[in-house]
Design a protein around this ligand. Sequence first.
Ligand SMILES: [Zn+2]
Length: 203
Amino acid sequence: MAKLYFRFGAMNSGKSTAMLQAAYNYEERGQHVLIAKPSIDTKGDMRIVSRLGVTRDADFLIAPDTDVRAEFAERRARALRETGVDISCLLIDEAQFLTPAQVDDALRIAIMDGVPVLAYGIRSDFQTAGFPGSIRLLEVAHSLEELKTICRCGRKAIFNARRIGDRYVFDGEQVAIDGQDVTYESLCGACYLEESHGVLGRA
Ligand SMILES: [Zn+2]
């Protein structure tokens, strides 16, 4: 039976790099994969950008109302028709932006359609609350794997602090509005609480 995998980590933990590496590992063996990403965080940008500078276009975007299982089935059938090679794996970048129903679809693709699904994403937002897609992935994925990154102090980073310019902010929308000078810094629990003056979650 194929499985649904959730590989999660803080910002800058190399999730996209790991995903592109996984795709490469399949393709090196002559197997075909499909790469998808939710369209919520960009304006229809297909590009997957890794920190190491490797980029690649997603094969398809997932809008909030996309039926992921139907979309995947259609693209799988087309690929098989055109190349004679079946799809060995579905990879999903920015999986925190999937809806819970789309995560359930990913589970069905693994179990009912027999194709492994590798979902990569961030566990929690800048206020330490789980993204809906990530919460569902933590609930139903067969396999959970943490991709680690280091805080400025050397401890393992688990939170994603939001910065506007050179200042940390702890209020705002879960997904930052385009055009703001927003960046994120991966922090350990101690450094996060130091910057937030002890506040976790929505103040
Ligand atoms: Zn720290």
